[in-house]
Design a protein around this ligand. Sequence first.
Ligand SMILES: Cc1ncc(COP(=O)(O)O)c(C=O)c1O
Ligand SMILES: [Zn+2]
Length: 409
Amino acid sequence: MGHVQGLKCRECGHDYPIEPLHVCEMCFGPLEVAYDYDAIAKEVTRETIESGPRSHWRYGNLLPLDGPPTDGLDTGSTPLLRADRLAKALGVRELYIKNDAVCPPTLSFKDRVVSVALSKAKEFGFETAACASTGNLANSVAAQAARAGLRSFIFIPADLEVAKVIGTSIFEPTVVGIKGTYDEVNRLCSEIAGVYEWAFANINLRPFYAEGSKTFGYEILEDLGWDSPDNIVVPCAGGSLITKIGKAIGEFEKLGLIEPANTKIHAAQATGCGPIVTAVLEGEEFVKPVRPDTIAKSLAIGNPADGIYAVETVRKSGGYAAHATDEEIVEAIRLLAATEGIFTETAGGVTLAATKHLIESGHIGRDESTVVSITGNGLKTLEVVQERVPQPHLILPQLGAFEELMKTI
Ligand SMILES: Cc1ncc(COP(=O)(O)O)c(C=O)c1O
Ligand SMILES: [Zn+2]
């Protein structure tokens, strides 16, 4: 720990001290954590990482805490599975699932970012955590705040899926449902953050929070035997995860932990809310905001905070992007379940459907290796598949009844 130099504006490079700040006073650009990589290189080797804890804190030297972590000690270290049955169905040679549908404690990759944000919030002395969320972040902040003994305020669009709401309320935070889109929730939260001295994970603590996403990338590289894949497909909402996967690869290269990588990073979004993907497809530098209309509610951010950096990450890597319709999302959720026994939420459906498009269009080569980022759990979005799975056979508790049934199967 302790290799953070400060915060730096991504746009004008102005330096700031380590404080709960996220916007540059000079140019309104976003602030990012800057590290002393020479000092890190002296301490971090493949061996030191391998002998670290079985959680994403094994990469603690590349995360922005001053002291030891206090939250999410069980977070990360999720499986990277070789997916041969799915590969066959898609007609590719080498396919992997990075499975954050089982990330502790609340079954999405958001547990990574929240564990960093709340550990940092405690270092800053905050007593209340908060967030604006499309669902998964709400689950994670509520759960991890409960465990940390922090009060929490959770702001969500009022029309989220039942499991996302109950999976938040069970931890007894104050939940505020807002009659509006996520973008409206986020705007309101920015105003609230100006009035209340709370640790908003994805607003005033955003530079620290976002660093947690790097660990999703680090784990892929370590689990491939300190190697980089030819492709990674990543679902985008605010555009932070994809940007930080790009940063993770760059850092491992810089530290000599992997050979120079040639990984194409591809963006996946729903057709009904795909401003980042649209910008990539149309060769635009700017991301034009949209009003979301998709079943992929976790990705329904019409005005992504890190949109331009997401687009830049895709372009610099030589990657591409693809949209997925609601129908394609459901089909992809079912395909992943049927081939690999993994039940993902809508975001995973978006990612797999986009992967299929990228293979069909030749942007992912059939002989290349590809990692599909599965970032959330299907039990949280049952609504979208409820009518699409076979109903159980109903019988009386008698062998005869079962034998009658067997004649029809
Ligand atoms: C399951 C899931 N995957 C991916 C994302 C996208 O993350 P980001 O906002 O960093 O682009 C989200 C965001 O809420 C999510 O809930
Ligand atoms: Zn600036």
